[in-house]
Design a protein around this ligand. Sequence first.
Ligand SMILES: [Zn+2]
Length: 628
Amino acid sequence: MLPSTGALRPLGVDQVRLTGGFWGDRQERNARATIPHARHWLEETGWLGNFHLAATDDLAPHRRRGREFSDSEVYKLAEAMAWEIARGGDAPLDELSTVVAAAQEPGGYLNTMFGRPGQQPRYSDLTWGHELYCYGHLVQAGVARLRGGVRDALTNAAIRAADHVCVEFGPTGRQTLCGHPEIEMALVELYRATGTARYLDQARLFLDRRGQATLPDIELGRAYFQDDVPIRERTAFDGHAVRALYLACGAVDVAVETGDDKLLAAVARQWERTVATRTYLTGGMGSRHEGEAFGDDFELPADRAYVETCAAVASVMLSWRLLLATGEARFADLAERTLYNVVAASTSLDGRAFFYTNPLRQRGAGAVLDRSRPWPRASSSERAPWRDVSCCPTNVARTLASLGGYVATVDDGGLQLHQYASGTVTSGGTALTVTTGYPWGGSVRIRVDRTGDAPWRLSLRVPAWAGEAVLSTPEGARRVQPGYAVVSRAWRAGDQVRLRLPVAPRWTEPNPRIDAVRGCVAVERGPLVYCAESVDHDPALALDAVDVDRSAPLTERPLPALGRDVVALDLAASTTTAAGGGWPYGSIGTADQEPGNLTLVPYHLWANRGPATMRVWLPVADPHATGR
Ligand SMILES: [Zn+2]
């Protein structure tokens, strides 16, 4: 079940238990609210009903509901439930598994959109049909079940589908691929879970076929589905962001299992360039609405940021794979940033409404969304209960249910903590308890509850944003730098270590090449990005016109309306009103400044108090403006 090669080995979701705190609370909310909510909407939209109709041979085209990829939402919810059960929770998975398995056809084919009388034939539209993409999610759901130690109707359906794919698209089968990558990583994961080598071979075949102009050209170009250039030859992630990142995950999986160091290095290089030039402060990826795509280098507008939630989930999955392969802290750093500022932001405080796009600037406050119906994907003034394209809620649900798996790893020398959350970690004869109020507080205490006699290394990630931290061990306290702080010793039960990360608020500047936010600053506190939201301010204070003075202090205060321990920041600011009207260009002349105050809240909590305007990037006051 483990990757064959790599610097670090993952732990099972039953080996890392989150107990309360930022992520533990969200994991509980996911189980209690989001998973049942998604189950309800799959029924409501008929996307689950499609499987019932398919099983009873009653699926005339006019009776099928939802888009061509709606089957995958049932599979992603099944995966979320499988992780939930594997971590010791409860979820009604058996019912979903039975419904899915009953719809599978002899030979393993399974899709409610194609192949029945009156429907398009099987595999007649691989460019847009998502048949292999849907199998990928079915297989990942089956793998989650296998990793929980269970073989059932769902795992059998997944294995039958994977076998069908290997026959249908193998070396002597259809020499083509799916418009949406996803099957690649799923097949490698199934190979790890079963040991069946042909799943790995098939994944490598799909990877090698992509980039050879195998799919037809489209208006957005073949870059949209990464079929323009082989992945080994790319320089950065391009095209549809979720597709690009899912493909990169599959490439890392294939590279690790086949010892293909060049392929691994190619993806790591693309990650590096993408992080340096095409990533938002929140960790969000994919700036263009057109094609849901990565933009050019430094094309990172705040208001038109697309930043699909699924691209953030995909980015976390990719960073995790690169972390396991290399052991380098920068991958865990980006995963942390993305988890706190996009994945956490995507879901409402009640766990029942979701963003699809995650812009860093909302210009219009919009209206309260009717929670009784689905909404278009890109509406961003409020989170919606469900969307016509609703890939994100189930993607977040499976991520939160399996989040324990992203916290810690082991290698031959010891244990590594990559993300800080209260809970317990066990591996072999070693057991730890982690206690922390992170990210609100920067103190992380680790107690060794059980250990063998032989010495081992405990490695604690010091995030790049921290600059420096203080580590206290039984031998004394010392300053530690970003990367991994390592404590190597013969541990005894009861030993404690404490890491103190500096979570005081700090100013952050953008690279000036990001034209859209040049001359602005943002505020971060620990791993959290902050924003100004209109609901905290007098309606007369237009966020459009606000300026900040970087020399002004940032004052912390609790904000219980948004949750226990939540810290808001207050600072002096001013609003600048330029002369003129009717035409916003020309010689604007002297501007008037009105002093005021600005409140900043954690970005991931915005839009939980009704429609609001919002901005992350804050213009720095113009020293030439006249005070009033
Ligand atoms: Zn999505």
